[in-house]
Design a protein around this ligand. Structure first.
Ligand code: COA
Length: 258
């Protein structure tokens, strides 16, 4: 598929998906969301082991849903749109680690997209927030739920009720992003992290992601049982044999993802 709104690059087991509507601050319109879903399906089958998502143009990661699509839209039409397969769920269910490289405005649906990723690294100059309240609406891409689980009710409530934006350093201080670095170090930081993950067993990464995600969906007993199942499933892989053998042979494991 020829993409119009995203760029897809693959190298060294790391894929980079860049939202490419810089003139609209990478706002997510329907066409862009469709392309993201298509790219995720494609990448699921590809050799890449880690996915990095970011925004083009140097100003924005993603400045939210495309507000142009809200104008004149009825509640029923909006409901139909939101009942379709959604990028937030798709990235959360994606079986490989996803790192959000937050290089500028990360707002509304953009923040919600980042929240659905597994690890977030921001430029310290980035601006993050849920400004929907300023449009007379509320977050609708999981923000009220995923943000609250990540930073706690007090901080989530403050961000969502005020619509205020915070910078990367503040986002790091409240646990919203894993790290904040100067913009000129952002790509190096993210690519080093992606390369580190790409050396692990893809099967173990997948099991680990699924197990951690269960923590916010299930009660403790269910979560612990799921962890046990996934642990045992990882035991069935060739990568487990390779990992244990490499430990005793005092060498780096070479994981094949089988
Ligand atoms: N949806 C649609 N268009 C958007 C957009 C969005 N979420 N965010 C930015 N744009 C468009 C602007 O309308 C403008 O288009 P134009 O050149 O045709 O007028 C273009 O992108 C550049 O935006 P501009 O506001 O001039 O850039 P800026 O760098 O001064 O400010 C933002 C950037 C992100 C702070 C500002 O555009 C903004 O507040 N956007 C809306 C964010 C928001 O409320 N998101 C939640 C949506 S639910």
């Amino acid at each position: 598929m020829q993409y119009q709104n995203i760029l897809l690059q693959q190298s060294d087991r790391v894929a980079v998906l860049t939202i490419n509507r810089p003139e609209k601050r990478n706002a997510l319109n329907q066409a862009t969301r469709d392309e993201i879903l298509h790219a995720l399906d494609h990448l699921q089958q590809s050799d890449s082991r880690v996915l990095v998502v970011t925004g083009a143009g140097g100003k924005a990661f993603i400045a939210g849903a495309d507000i142009g699509e809200f104008e004149g839209r009825t509640a029923l039409t909006q409901r139909e749109v939101m009942k379709q397969r959604r990028i937030f769920d798709a990235v959360e269910e994606f079986p490989k680690p996803v790192i959000a490289m937050i290089n500028g405005f990360c707002l509304g649906g953009g923040m919600e997209f980042a929240l659905a990723c597994d690890i977030r690294i921001a430029a310290d100059s980035a601006k993050l927030g849920q400004p929907e309240i300023n449009l007379g609406i509320i977050p609708g891409g999981g923000g009220t739920q995923r943000l609250t689980r990540l930073v706690g009710e007090g901080k989530a409530m403050e961000l969502i009720l005020t619509g205020d934006l915070i910078d990367g350093n503040e986002a790091k201080a409240i646990g919203l992003v894993n790290d904040a670095v100067p913009i000129d170090q952002l790509q190096t930081r993210v690519m080093a992290l992606a390369a580190k993950l790409a050396e692990k067993s893809p099967i173990a990464l997948r099991m680990a992601k699924e197990a951690v995600k269960t923590a916010s969906r299930a009660n403790l007993r269910e979560g612990l049982d799921r962890e046990t199942d996934l642990f045992c499933l990882a035991f069935s892989s060739e990568d487990k044999v390779e990992g244990v053998r490499a430990f005793f042979e005092k060498r780096k494991p070479d994981y094949k993802g089988r």
